[in-house]
Design a binder for this molecule. Structure first.
Ligand SMILES: CC(C)(COP(=O)(O)OP(=O)(O)OC[C@H]1O[C@@H](n2cnc3c(N)ncnc32)[C@H](O)[C@@H]1OP(=O)(O)O)[C@@H](O)C(=O)NCCC(=O)NCCS
Length: 224
């Protein structure tokens, strides 16, 4: 039976990650008759519209938007390499957990006992294994795999076609980027990045970007 909730979603972000969340919601509606959510608009400090959707205000307008109790939110700001800044904006918007939605593409396969915190997004053809725990407002882009018992903190980002194996732990606001692969039982710290197409065989400490196969230290993320 069709889900007709039509929950009004405000996406905080731009055409990159935010546009993908909007595309997911539209596809769920058009191809799968899933009307759980509708895109009500965006919050963006620089644009007046995003992909044809209205911008309802900037991040300073969020307290006003929160007063409308019909609105739910998704946090889609995540700049790879500017992880510290992304997390600062996440703290600034300060949306109560119960006002975040969870958006899942209908083709995503999520184990029954995986835990998805509020604000999590999972795009098409992704897989999240048993007992995985995905932190608040983390974004799992298309064709990503996250193995069983893997845990990540809030505001992490898994780019398209990333593979994160089982029993991996990932801290706060970190990245597994395009086509990167993380071997099982590795630890990725806070504000850390597994670069595009890397093979992560060793732990990545806080604030470090590692690239290559096997991956090695490249540089630190910006801290401003
Ligand atoms: C690791 C990363 C953040 C570095 O970005 P950057 O600081 O802008 O790096 P640059 O593009 O300036 O490249 C600097 C050097 O590193 C090399 N390099 C960059 N990324 C690399 C990678 N993933 N693996 C190997 N080498 C890499 C470049 O070839 C360049 O080498 P050179 O100095 O010999 O020419 C970036 O390459 C990356 O992985 N981005 C993720 C992309 C992604 O997932 N996007 C989201 C889509 S959903």
């Amino acid at each position: 039976m069709a889900n007709l909730n039509n929950k009004k979603l405000v996406i905080i972000g731009g055409e990159g990650n935010g546009g993908v969340i909007a595309a997911c919601i539209e596809d769920n509606r058009k191809r799968f008759n899933d009307y759980e959510c509708m895109v009500y608009g965006f919050v963006n400090d620089f644009e007046t519209q995003v992909n044809g959707y209205p911008v309802l205000g900037g991040t300073d307008d969020i307290p006003k938007l929160l007063k409308n109790e019909d609105l739910y939110f998704m946090f889609a700001i995540h700049i790879i390499g500017r992880n510290v800044l992304s997390e600062q904006v996440f703290r600034k918007v300060n949306i109560p957990k119960n006002r975040y939605a969870i958006v899942l593409h209908k083709t995503a396969l999520i184990a029954d006992n995986a835990i998805l915190e509020p604000g999590v997004f999972v795009m098409s053809n992704s897989y999240i294994g048993p007992k995985a725990h995905i932190g608040q407002c983390s974004l799992v882009m298309a064709n990503s795999i996250i193995g069983h018992d893997t845990k990540c903190g809030p505001v992490c980002h898994f780019s398209a076609s990333s593979i994160t194996s089982s029993y991996v732990t990932i801290g706060l606001c970190s990245d597994v980027t395009l086509n990167a692969k993380v071997l099982e039982k590795r630890n990725i710290g806070n504000f850390a990045v597994a670069g595009a197409a890397s093979l992560i065989t060793k732990d990545i400490p806080d604030y470090e970007i590692h690239v290559g196969s096997p991956a090695k230290f490249m540089k630190r993320v910006r801290e401003d």
